[in-house]
Write a protein that binds this ligand. Structure first.
Ligand code: GDP
Length: 297
């Protein structure tokens, strides 16, 4: 997911570490290249600018140029700063799924991979934690999407709320909540409707559902291939309905990875998972340390 960025940074740092002694100008040049590499990966400009500024300040503070292995020290600083922009103040708390039944509200634009991700998460909680999971689709405008969720539920071996024609999203949310309590489920996922663009009707509907469902987590699913747009979508959703975490999908594609790097810094929201393919087990947790390691190769 970070192949290009990783390659670009690798090139910059190879040159630095091979050079032996470094001048301030060498470090300046390298950091300028880092900035360009970040921008080409579609990291947002303020984030890239800030990042490089912090690395430069740290390198100056640690008197990197006087050290025996200046290049390696710069790489170490970049590594630490990458972890900081990926994780913010630290790795997030575990998802709040205690006190069953816990409701998780899934939100996002149509085509972002929301339904697929809902099923992947259900599988993960069932297989790894032995949770009893119920899935409910609230996408009343798209019967096919409702059926799709039921099919995926069957594939991953969890239950889905029976579809009742003519119900509103809020009615389905209420029924799901009752069913989750009566049926002894640990987690109920509400897969809200998506639209091609953010619109007021969608947001009103999600707010109404949220007020009824009282979710412990509201996870926003965004397409990682869309780079900075993914971050803009996250900012808007968070402003309107309040998001507790983000899932970036299609990170198996040839996207440039910028969304992953900007998300936390711009929105303050943690990326929880990344989608790595269409299969039901193609979902990874997002850990800053591992991601930083991947970027730096
Ligand atoms: P929704 O409209 O947001 O519910 O989107 P869907 O869940 O129906 O997904 C749209 C398409 O994206 C489907 O063909 C999925 O298989 C595909 N998809 C979802 N997540 C990923 C991912 O992480 N990687 C890849 N390559 N495809 C994905």
């Amino acid at each position: 997911m970070f192949e290009n960025l990783s390659e670009r940074l690798g090139g910059v740092f190879d040159r630095l570490t091979k050079q032996g002694a470094l001048s301030d100008a060498d470090i300046d040049t390298a950091l300028r290249e880092v900035r360009v590499a970040l921008l080409e990966a579609d990291v947002s400009l303020p984030v890239a600018r800030d990042f490089v500024k912090r690395v430069a300040a740290k390198a100056a503070g640690q008197q990197v140029t006087k050290s025996v292995t200046p290049g390696q020290q710069v790489v170490k600083i970049v590594h630490d700063e990458l972890i900081k922009i990926l994780a913010g103040d630290g790795e997030p708390e575990p998802l709040k799924i205690d006190n069953p039944p816990a409701t998780i509200l899934m939100v996002g634009l149509q085509g972002s991979g929301k339904t697929t991700t809902t099923a992947k998460l259900a599988k993960r909680f069932k297989d790894r934690m032995g949770k009893r999971v119920l899935l409910a689709s609230l996408d009343t405008n798209r019967p096919a999407a409702m059926e799709q969720l039921a099919i995926l539920a069957g594939q991953v071996g969890v239950d889905s709320l029976p579809i009742v024609k003519g119900e509103t999203a809020v009615q389905i949310a209420k029924r799901a909540k009752i069913q989750a309590s009566m049926g002894g489920y640990d987690i109920v996922f509400l897969d809200t409707a998506g639209r091609l663009h953010i619109d007021q009707m969608l947001m009103d509907e999600i707010q109404a559902v949220r007020d009824i469902a009282e979710p412990r987590e509201t996870l926003l699913v965004v397409d990682g291939l869309t780079g900075q747009d993914a971050v803009n979508v996250a900012t808007e959703f968070d402003g309107k309905v309040g998001v507790t975490g983000v899932v970036l999908t299609r990170m198996d594609g040839d996207g440039r990875g910028g969304a992953a790097l900007s998300m936390r810094a711009v929105t303050g929201k943690p990326i929880r998972f990344v989608g790595m393919g269409e299969k039901m087990d193609a979902l990874e947790t997002f850990e800053a340390e591992r991601v930083a390691g991947r970027i730096l190769g």
